[in-house]
Design a binder for this molecule. Structure first.
Ligand code: AHR
Length: 530
C-alpha cells in the first residue's frame, strides 16, 4: 500500500468510525434504561466536540449535572443558580419559581455545560449599542420532556457575551453550531445571533464573526418569502449564500413555534445553513457551498473566538428572539451528527403550556379594553404609530385595528401583584407611560421601563369595570382624554388631570380580545413576560 492510499484508507476508516459512533448515539436516543445521547455526546462521538453548550431548559450532555443558568431577583438583588432535576435531565424551574415568588427575576448568566467555562454573562455596551439587560427569567414557560421549563425571551437591548472564549474557532479554524429558537418571536432589526464574535465589542471587519442569525433582516436582497430565515452572520452581512442573497426559492422562512437552526463553516472555503421544525422531522439544507469571495475577508475567515447570544458582533441590539438551547463545536460537524442532534431535540418534545382563556386579567390571557365613559363605549385602547389611543373598533373593522386593539396580560414587569400589557401584534412591546402619556414601546429591560409598564388593577373608580393605577405614580390611573391615553390624577396640573369625567375615563371593561391568539400566524400561545 502506498503512503497516499494508506492515508486515504485511514481517513475513510475514521469517517466510518465517526458515522458508526453517531448511529450508535442516535440509537441510544429513547432506548429504555440507557442514558440519552444528548447533542454534545453526539457531536463528541463524531469527532467534533462541543466547546460551548448553553441552555435554560436541559442538559446538553447525558452526564451533565451542573447549573444551567443564574437568576437575580429584584427584591434583594440576590442570585440563585438553577440546576437540573436529575443528571442529563431538565431544568428545575420550580426552584426558580420559589426564589422569584412575589418579585421579578432576570437571567444574569447562562452557564457553559462543557468544562471550558464559556459562560454567558450579560453583554456590556459595544460600539453599536448600550449595555444590555438580562432576559426576564419567567418570560417563556414551555414544556420539555414533559416538564415546565423556561426559555429565554429577548426583547431589544438584551444580550449575553463571553469574551475570548476557550476552544472556540479563531482565524479560519473550522466550527459548527446550532440553536433551538422560535419562528413566532422575531423582528428585522440587527441581530438575533448565537455564535462566534469579536473580542472587542465592535465590528472589526469582514469574516470576524461566524454566528447563526434568525429573523427577518434581509441584508442582501432578494430573500424569498416573509421569513424568518436562518442566516450566517459573518460580520458586515447576514449571508444566505456566498453572494449573500438567497439562492434557494424553497427557503421562504420557518415559522414553526420551535425551530432548530444550524451553521457550519470550515473557515476556509465552505459554509452550510440548515433549519427544521424542532418538534418533528429532519433538517432542510438551506445553503451548502462556498464562502463569500466577491467581498474580501470571508475566505478564509478571521473569527476571534468570543461568543454572543442575542445581539450582533458590535452589540447592535435592536433584535428580539427566543433561545432554548445551543452549542458550538470544534470542527465541522457531519451531516449525520446534525441529523442525530435534530432527532434528539425532537425527542425532547418542546411544547407550550395549555393556552390561557382570554378576556380576564390572568397572565397569558388575551384581552381588549373598552372605555366606559358614555361618549365612548365603542372605543378601545389600541396603539397607533407607537402612541396609545382609543379608536372605535367594531366587528367589521380592519384586522390591523383589531390587532392593535388586542393586548396580552403579563404578570407586572415590576410587581407580580400587578399587570403589564404586551402588544398582541408587536411581541416584546408594552404599554408604558412617559411624561404621563402612554405609548407602545419595546421593553429595554430597565427598572424604569418595568415600572412605567406596570399597572395595578382595582375596582373601577366609577363603580363599574376595572381601573389601573400606575405602579410608580399610584395616584395616577390609565385614562383616555381626547382619545389619547395618559396616566391621570383626579385633578392636577395637566389638562388630562381634569376632574370632569375622570372616574368614568379611568374605568375600563375587560372583554374578550378582538384578535384571539390563534388568528395571528405563528402557532400556539406560549409566551409570558413576568
Ligand atoms: O453582520 C451584521 C452585523 O453588522 C453584525 O452583527 C454587526 O457587528 C455589524 O453591525
Amino acid at each position: 500500500m502506498t503512503l497516499r492510499s494508506r492515508l486515504r484508507h485511514m481517513r475513510s476508516a475514521r469517517r466510518l468510525a465517526g458515522t458508526a459512533a453517531v448511529l450508535i448515539a442516535a440509537v441510544m436516543v429513547g432506548m429504555p434504561g440507557t442514558a440519552r445521547a444528548a447533542p454534545c455526546d453526539t457531536y463528541g462521538s463524531a469527532g467534533t466536540p462541543c466547546v460551548a453548550a448553553h441552555s435554560t431548559t436541559r442538559a446538553l450532555f447525558a452526564s451533565y449535572n451542573g447549573p444551567l443558568y443564574q437568576v437575580r431577583r429584584a427584591s434583594d438583588s440576590t442570585t440563585l443558580d438553577i440546576g437540573l432535576l436529575s443528571a442529563g435531565g431538565f431544568a428545575n424551574a420550580a426552584a426558580q419559581d420559589a426564589f422569584c415568588n412575589n418579585t421579578t427575576c432576570v437571567i444574569t448568566i447562562i452557564f457553559d455545560q462543557t468544562s471550558r467555562h464559556n459562560d454567558l454573562p450579560i453583554e456590556p455596551a459595544g460600539t453599536a449599542g448600550p449595555a444590555n439587560s438580562g432576559v426576564p427569567a419567567d418570560a417563556l414557560p414551555v414544556t420539555a420532556g414533559g416538564h415546565i421549563v423556561y426559555g429565554a425571551s429577548f426583547s431589544g437591548r438584551m444580550g449575553y457575551r463571553h469574551t475570548a472564549a476557550s476552544g472556540v474557532a479563531r482565524n479560519g479554524q473550522p466550527e459548527g453550531m446550532y440553536m433551538v429558537t422560535s419562528g413566532t418571536h422575531f423582528n428585522n432589526r440587527c441581530c438575533f445571533d448565537y455564535g462566534n464574535v469579536e473580542v472587542p465589542i465592535a465590528d472589526t471587519g469582514n469574516g470576524h464573526m461566524d454566528a447563526i442569525y434568525f429573523g427577518t433582516l434581509c441584508w442582501f436582497a432578494p430573500c424569498n418569502g416573509a421569513g424568518p430565515w436562518v442566516m450566517a452572520d459573518l460580520e458586515n452581512g447576514l449571508f444566505q449564500s456566498n453572494d449573500g442573497f438567497s439562492k434557494n426559492a424553497a427557503n421562504t422562512g420557518n415559522r414553526a413555534p420551535y425551530v432548530t437552526a444550524t451553521l457550519k463553516n470550515n473557515g476556509q472555503n465552505f459554509f452550510a445553513l440548515k433549519d427544521g421544525n424542532a418538534t418533528s422531522g429532519g433538517l432542510a439544507t438551506r445553503y451548502s457551498g462556498a464562502l463569500p469571495t466577491s467581498r474580501p475577508g470571508y475566505s478564509p475567515m478571521h473569527q476571534e473566538g468570543s461568543i454572543v447570544l442575542g445581539t450582533g458582533g458590535d452589540n447592535s441590539n435592536g433584535s428580539i428572539g427566543s433561545f432554548f438551547e445551543g452549542a458550538m463545536t470544534a470542527g465541522v460537524p457531519s451531516d449525520a451528527a446534525e441529523s442525530s442532534v435534530q432527532a434528539n431535540i425532537v425527542a425532547v418534545g418542546y411544547g407550550g403550556p395549555s393556552p390561557v382563556p382570554g378576556g380576564n386579567l390572568n397572565p397569558g390571557s388575551t384581552i381588549s379594553l373598552r372605555a366606559t365613559t358614555a361618549c365612548c363605549t365603542t372605543r378601545f385602547i389600541r396603539h397607533q404609530n407607537g402612541n396609545a389611543v382609543t379608536s372605535v373598533i367594531t366587528a367589521t373593522s380592519p384586522a390591523l385595528d383589531k390587532d392593535d386593539g388586542t393586548w396580552i396580560v403579563r404578570r407586572g414587569l415590576a410587581s407580580s401583584a400587578c399587570v403589564s400589557f404586551e402588544s398582541r401584534n408587536f411581541p416584546g412591546d408594552f404599554l408604558r407611560h412617559q411624561n404621563f402619556q402612554l405609548f407602545r414601546q419595546p421593553s429595554d429591560g430597565s427598572a424604569l421601563f418595568r415600572a412605567d409598564a406596570t399597572f395595578c388593577q382595582q375596582a373601577g373608580r366609577s363603580g363599574q369595570g376595572t381601573s389601573f393605577a400606575s405602579f410608580n405614580f399610584p395616584t395616577r390611573f390609565i385614562r383616555h382624554f381626547n382619545n389619547t391615553l395618559f396616566i391621570a390624577s383626579n385633578g392636577g396640573p395637566n389638562p388630562f388631570d381634569a376632574t370632569a369625567a375622570w372616574a368614568a375615563d379611568v374605568s375600563w371593561n375587560i372583554i374578550a380580545p378582538w384578535t384571539p391568539w390563534r388568528l395571528l400566524a405563528g402557532g400556539p400561545l406560549f409566551r409570558r413576560i413576568g
